[in-house]
Design a protein around this ligand. Structure first.
Ligand code: TGC
Ligand code: FAD
Length: 421
């Protein structure tokens, strides 16, 4: 079901009519600084319609809330429900109330939402890639029917617990255990820096199983709020990603039946497969944040005058704008190609590491440089770019840091694994 496309007629999201210009004797396409290499022309009509739906929603419903959301660090449950209504949650899943859209469409949604704020994209990617994906991929039919429709509608909020206080980049060392009991499993341990956790209804928790006293593989479990021994705590006063709520999850002898186990998850490859999907989405999302920062810096530079000239007329300012625009244009095309390969099932995780690492690193670097164009106003949340910059530091860290993805790629290039003995 492609609900997204039905919401809006298939119209081009960005101005697609490309005027021609004449230079000397030659006819050229008109340069469009918002889409310099005409990525728009590579999208299907359905993808353009989905992009337009996501953009309209983000620019109206999210933009009007973001300053307050970032200032107060409060969760607004209506946001997920509104996303659900538009079919933006779990959009690649077929059935269970999901849109069944392409991988590129998923990327375009992330780009539009993160054009407003990385925190909103974070809430959404956790729900789609880290909660709905593992239930769809590793769950039973009963688990899918129970959880997916309510997660797709945004009625239920999900979170994904992999990181622990002592294990971030090395999840293989996790200390959370799921011990086999006659009735099912008993979970003990804690997770930290978990997006959505303080308000989550559904928890996808990764734990090392213990059977007959022997430690085994990492497997996934679906827990629900209200279970005895399960509690959460908000991590307050974050310096970034304040529009999304983050917390810790504590499991003190949480007893669950066999039906809480995701039966097809058997080893670290399962949580990593969720990360493949989320990292891919982040590679698109951060480009949306950089595009927004570039557009805002350009508008400011055209408006603001110093030395009787617009800032935009100074060479150093132009260079900052052009470098940022080049980075987002190339980053988006890289993610687009990755999306097509992913859609064909012809991709590998190392390619995702390349685009997650490159795009997060580039978005963070260029947003930091663009911020200088605002002078003292860089400090004001009215201009939004400082908020993007703070958020992008987190994007460059979660889902595998910039350096960890560098090491994954180093291993792919050389065959030598450099992150551990
Ligand atoms: P390694 O020995 O390399 O692999 C263990 C097993 O996993 C398989 N595997 C993958 N499978 C699918 N996709 C991938 N990307 C995979 N990467 C590895 C691998 O084949 C192996 O399978 P098997 O069957 O042989 O056992 O594992 P390692 O422990 O040496 O891993 C090292 C490293 C650095 C690559 C890995 O641990 C890593 O990626 N660390 C980063 C941790 C991370 O990304 N955490 C993210 C937490 S979630 C989060 O941040 C959400 S924020 C979301 C938001 O708010 O938007
Ligand atoms: P560490 O692993 O301690 O790394 C610290 C530094 O050391 C980094 O620069 C790293 O690159 C470097 N380093 C580590 N190992 C090596 C090595 N072998 N070689 C060279 N350098 C190395 N996790 C979840 O499970 N679910 C979530 O929903 C979630 N949401 C998050 C939301 C926010 C706002 C934040 C900040 C984090 C979130 N995380 C989540 C956790 C995130 O994935 C981790 O913070 C991240 O994986 C890094 O782990 P760490 O913080 O423990 O850093």
């Amino acid at each position: 079901m492609v609900r997204l496309a039905a919401v809006r007629p298939a119209v081009n999201a960005i101005t697609s009519a490309r005027a021609m210009s004449v230079r000397g004797m030659a006819k050229f396409a008109q340069y469009n600084w918002e889409d310099p290499l005409n990525m728009e022309s590579l999208l299907t009509d359905e993808e353009k319609a989905i992009q337009e739906t996501a953009r309209d929603f983000a620019q109206t419903e999210l933009m009007s809330r973001v300053t307050e959301g970032f200032r107060t660090e409060k969760y607004d449950p209506e946001i997920m429900k509104e996303m659900g209504k538009l079919g933006l949650l779990g959009p690649e899943i077929k059935g269970y109330g999901c849109a069944g859209a392409s991988s590129v469409a998923y990327g375009l949604i992330a780009r539009e939402v993160e054009r407003v704020d990385s925190g909103y994209r974070s809430m959404m990617s956790v729900q789609s890639s880290l909660v709905m994906h593992p239930i769809n991929e590793f769950g039973t039919e009963a688990q899918k029917e129970k959880y997916l429709p309510k997660l797709a509608s945004g009625e239920w909020l999900g979170c994904f617990g992999l990181t622990e206080p002592n294990h971030g980049s090395d999840p293989a060392g996790m200390e959370t255990t799921a011990t086999k009991t006659p009735e099912g499993w008993e979970l003990n341990g804690s997770k930290t820096w978990i997006s959505n956790a303080p308000h989550a209804d559904v928890f996808v928790i990764w734990a090392r199983v213990v059977e007959n006293g022997q430690k085994g593989k990492v497997r996934g479990f679906v827990l629900e709020r209200g279970m005895e021994g399960l509690s959460t705590e908000k991590i307050a006063h974050k310096l970034a990603l304040r529009a999304s709520v983050t917390g810790s999850v504590f499991m003190d002898s949480v007893k669950v039946g066999e039906d809480a186990l995701l039966p097809k998850s058997n080893g670290l490859g399962a949580p990593f497969s969720c990360l493949n999907s989320a990292r891919y989405g982040i590679s698109w999302g951060v480009m949306g944040a950089l595009e927004d920062a570039t557009a805002r810096a350009r508008a400011y530079a055209l408006e603001r005058k110093q030395f009787d000239r617009p800032l935009a007329s100074f060479q150093l300012v132009q260079k900052k704008l052009v470098d940022a625009s080049t980075a987002s244009t190339l980053g988006l095309l890289g993610s687009y190609q990755l999306g097509r390969l992913k859609g064909e099932g012809n991709y590998c995780p190392d390619q995702i590491s390349m685009m997650k690492r490159n795009n997060c690193g580039q978005a963070l670097y260029h947003t930091r440089v663009l911020l200088d164009i605002f002078g003292g106003n860089a400090c004001s949340d009215e201009y939004h770019v400082g908020r993007h910059e703070a958020n992008l530091q987190v994007c460059n860290t979660y889902e595998g840091t910039y350096d960890i993805h560098g090491l994954i790629l180093g291993k792919a290039m050389t065959g030598h694994q450099a992150f551990a003995n």
